[in-house]
Design a protein around this ligand. Sequence first.
Ligand SMILES: [Zn+2]
Length: 343
Amino acid sequence: MEELKKEMLKELESVVDINSYNNFKTLYFGKKGKVSELSSKMGSMNHDEKKEYGMKLNSLRTEITDILEAKLAKINEEALNKKLESEKIDITLPSTKVNVGGANILEKLIEDVEELYLSMGYDVVEGPEVEKDLYNFELLNLPKGHPARDAQDTFYTEGDTLLLRSQTSPVQIRTMLANKEKTPIRIICPGKTYRRDDDDATHSHQFTQIEGLLVDKDISLADLKGAFDVLAKRLFGENRETRFRPSFYPFTEPSVELDISCFNCEGKGCSLCKGTGWITVGGAGIVNHNVLDNCGYDSTKWTGFAFGFGAERLAMLKYGITDIRTFYTNDLRIKENFDRKEA
Ligand SMILES: [Zn+2]
């Protein structure tokens, strides 16, 4: 036992890290370790010998274990200090600049419009961008060969049956077909649309529409006026007045152009409103009875209104943007300008 004690005390000197600590424990205190070997000797001793030997062995075990645990505490402390040293942060150093992203100005406008109509009980509904000719044109009272189709020069993806939607109106069609008179309808459908175009500052082959549809009993142009009025005031200020001008769309009858009083000159006449005091921002009308009947809503019982805005046009007017391509070029300097404007 004395020899073992000497050996252990000597060996303890080489316990300097977690590996040598573990090795030491296994070598002496493991199941087949040297201390366990000694205790197995007690089997052949008488009662008194056993008692004395056991006490000595225990005190040896305690003495060595105490030293060993003190070593372990020191090893852990050193490891922690080393870690803290290597991960030390110098708070006096200048920090790295973090660039925070922001919403695309077009998305922001769409969200503003969505929020407004959601607060009035409308749902936001989306639909596919590759659409059937049937939903994009035919059920909207635009049969093949209808001259009004010429105004929407369309990208067809498959023969004359599949196309990139030229308007978000097919979402209205899909919603009516899915409901078939079960409920009134109150939706807005924002989304990307496509028409062949020569891109320049005011034209883009891709643009975004925000359309709205309300189908219920006894709906009139006065209801449409109300729905348009809140949008005009929300986007362009409480002083905005709105007016309808007669127009034509195959899917509405009667149809109107949606004008707002010019926010730039307060209606006096300026270059923005071309001296008229009014700016056209969208189109609308009472849903054509053919469209209702096509989509499972009996037009003798139901009426409705539909409206549509170009989201880019609204955003360009609201934020004074002069080139529609700004929305798609990912130039972050544009965003920074609006961060200031919105602050
Ligand atoms: Zn003006």
